[in-house]
Design a protein around this ligand. Sequence first.
Ligand code: NAD
Length: 324
Amino acid sequence: MSTLRTAVTGGAGFIGSHLVDYLMSKGHYVKVFDNFSAGKIENIRQWMSHERFELYKVDLKDRNAVFEKLKDVDVVFHLAANPEVRLGSQDPYAIYSDNVEVTFNVLEAMRLNGIKYIVFTSSSTVYGETNVRPTPEDYSPMEPISVYGASKLACEALIMGYAHTFNIKALILRLANIVGPRAQHGVIYDFIHKLLADPTQLEILGDGSQRKSYLYISDCIEAIYHLFMEFTKSNTLIEVYNIGSQDWITVKEIADIVVEEMGLKGVKYRFTGGVEGGRGWRGDVKYMLLDVSKALEKGWRPKHTSQEAVRLAARALIKEVGKC
Ligand code: NAD
């Protein structure tokens, strides 16, 4: 495939807008579908008048609008979702409708409008609390411990069912924590905002020993693109990959990096202690490290460690906040 006609749902959001930049830089056609619930026009402004770019301001929960507008593309990069893992314990319906209903609507539009490929950004949270780390793609039982993780697993199942029934080719990518400029959620973003409000102390959810893998946004985008291009050369109907860095870092270490990058001294850490043995909140997976050897075998390699990713992201986000 040379020039692709692509749709990016959630294309004005954090990961989506970086993917849009990448696809545009490679000469592809890009249609962005976003309701701007979290996405920002600034993230995609640079492409607004480009001849290969189109913006559809659509709520993907609006089934008819999706059927009518999501067409004439080769591939849907389906990123639109509610990515707030914590929200699931307060408003499970929001997670269900933004993730599962929206994915159903996207798949229906693909079926009705004859779109061949879907690339879905799933999550490490589909595994739940694992006893094998690094965790491979075929780990079982898959038992999410958050409504968010459950919703992503439900989306995967729907996509697989549609793939087999309607011959839609599906690439499912289970992402670790992705960090970088334009992020508007996650631990680094939270720490920066808390420290701006009070530079003398930092509340840390849980006991600070939660340890997870963080991947820099450029490594994530390269993985999405590279694995999709490889997928188009294969005859398989469905492929599933873990995407993350090969190391991990604790929440306390992240706090240290953010504090250092903000140039602060003597910040007092206040650990909430969390729930159930030091988790940040109910549904927070305490230890997460993905086995990415399958993606490595396909020729993708992350350029940054978790620690480097966190530092680069903290630096970029601090700069962004300074511009507000
Ligand atoms: P984000 O909130 O920045 O982006 C999501 C985008 O989807 C936003 O622009 C939002 O406006 C849009 N959106 C949400 N609901 C919509 C709807 N009903 N109709 C149209 N647009 C809608 O989040 P992100 O961090 O960029 O996440 C992108 C994807 O990657 C999500 O599917 C998320 O579950 C997945 N993911 C993210 C991470 C991470 O660490 N950021 C990790 C694993 C998986």
